[in-house]
Design a protein around this ligand. Structure first.
Ligand code: PMT
Length: 403
């Protein structure tokens, strides 16, 4: 059910918009409060009057309406919802979302939101199959947008194929399971580390590693999708912040540790960051000068704090379930088992990071989950799928501990 959920339904201009009053009805039947935002072209296919009547709420259309801005404001509109549902999502609206265009109320709200976004695409089969639309869908999925449909069937334009908007009942069902899955970790706090750390040598140079943050970010996103209040502490990456996650950006291992400690208490901690084991003992205050014919500067190293070890041994502040990673280039399982004992965590996710595996910065990962019960070999999965599977395993473990 959708009881108590606030759905902001954004209706863009496709013929499938005529199904939206029915969609509003289906959502409300399940207990959701629905507020509509209608684009100018959407209003060619469905009337604001019909939407207002079925939603029993005002229908918002104009970015520059003084009354609307005064009463609600586009930022509030985007925030006072539990989910933004774009249905129908036309090829044009999807493209605008990818590029961050904000030239009307609907796209401005989509750009300003910090809430999960679900889209139900609807368009002609050729438009759906076009490389541009497929690339746009891939980008949106990558950013955490949930896509419902489209379906195959007869289209209003007379053609047959993929591109028909899912039926209102199916969209309502999909949204219900979106929230149901999202409830598994509700009330739980999760902490995830991700990315590399940068350890300064002087004000312009640093020591880093090849981590892209893809794996850690995917885990934070997956935990958030299951409803946990998630903090992601990340070293420098090129990735966008996962939506709905509290993201703390740091550079060094010491900053990462401080941010993790500030995020406690937590029920779950997953340390996926590639934290530098060592840093330069004394960071030079000024850029180290190269002198003609001079010796390269000796870099004396010192050990960094071990974040995983610290969290695993934090006494009363220890998260209930602590998961570490092991990045190995040889004897992967053996080293991971030893690491589990040495760090004092509950599980270790072991992965081979030899250059030929493409694990660092790639989109796929082959991991082995090491727990007290033994070793599970997972097949090669996308990093997002590893995140989803790990989050589900974490939810299972917390459920079992609760029973
Ligand atoms: O970021 P991607 O490009 O997607 O790549 C993903 C990944 C390869 C970085 C990721 O899957 C991974 O393996 N992360 C752990 C990297 C690592 O530092 O592994 P390690 O075996 O050196 O460290 C063991 C564990 O201790 C890790 O959980 C690490 O986060 C933690 N650690 C290590 C050192 C330190 N000072 N503090 C720590 O918390």
């Amino acid at each position: 059910m959708l009881a108590g959920k606030r759905v902001l339904l954004i209706i863009s201009g496709g013929i499938a918009a005529y199904k939206c009053p029915d969609l509003v009805r289906r959502l409300r039947e399940r207990g959701a409060a629905v507020r509509c935002v209608l684009t100018q072209s959407g209003a060619e296919f469905v009337s604001p009057l019909a939407l207002g009547a079925v939603s029993e709420d005002k229908v918002y259309q104009d970015l520059f309406s003084l009354t609307d801005e005064h009463e609600m404001g586009h930022i509030n509109l985007s925030r006072q919802a539990d989910v933004l549902l774009v249905a129908p999502a036309t090829a044009n609206t999807l493209a605008k979302m990818v590029h961050g265009a904000a030239d009307d109320l609907a796209t401005t709200v989509l750009l300003a939101t910090d809430k999960p976004v679900v889209v139900a695409p609807a368009m002609n089969v050729r438009m759906w199959e076009h490389a541009a639309t497929q690339a746009n869908i891939a980008v949106l999925k990558d950013r955490g947008v949930t896509v419902i449909g489209p379906e195959e069937g007869d289209m209003a334009c007379g053609e047959y194929g993929m591109g028909r908007m899912s039926e209102p009942l199916e969209i309502a069902e999909a949204l219900t399971s979106f929230f149901h899955d999202g409830a598994r970790l509700s009330g739980r706090r999760a902490l995830v580390t991700s990315g590399p750390t940068y350890e300064a040598i002087d004000p312009v140079r640093y020591i880093a590693n090849r981590s892209s943050g893809k794996q850690g970010h995917a885990i934070a996103d997956a935990l958030r999708r299951l409803g946990s209040e998630t903090t992601l502490v990340t070293g420098p990456t090129r990735l966008p912040d996962p939506p709905g996650v509290n993201v703390v950006h740091v550079e060094s291992a010491r900053q990462m540790l401080a941010a993790c400690e500030a995020a406690l208490p937590a029920d779950i901690a997953v340390c996926a960051a590639a934290v530098a084991d060592w840093r330069v003992a004394t960071e030079a205050g000024e850029k180290i000068k190269k002198t003609p014919g001079g010796e390269p500067p000796p870099l004396k190293m010192t050990e960094n704090p071990d974040i995983l070890h610290t969290l695993s041994n934090a006494g009363n502040a220890r998260p209930g379930l602590v998961v570490g990673f092991a990045a190995e280039t040889e004897n992967v399982i053996e080293n991971a088992v030893a690491k589990l004992a040495r760090k004092g965590c509950d599980w270790i996710v072991a992965n081979d990071v030899s250059p030929e595996t493409g694990t660092f910065a790639g989109d796929a990962n082959t991991v082995h989950l090491v727990t007290a019960d033994g070793v599970e070999d997972w097949p090669e999965l996308t990093k997002k799928a590893v995140g989803a599977r790990l989050a589900a395993r974490i939810a299972d473990a917390l459920d079992a501990a609760h029973d």
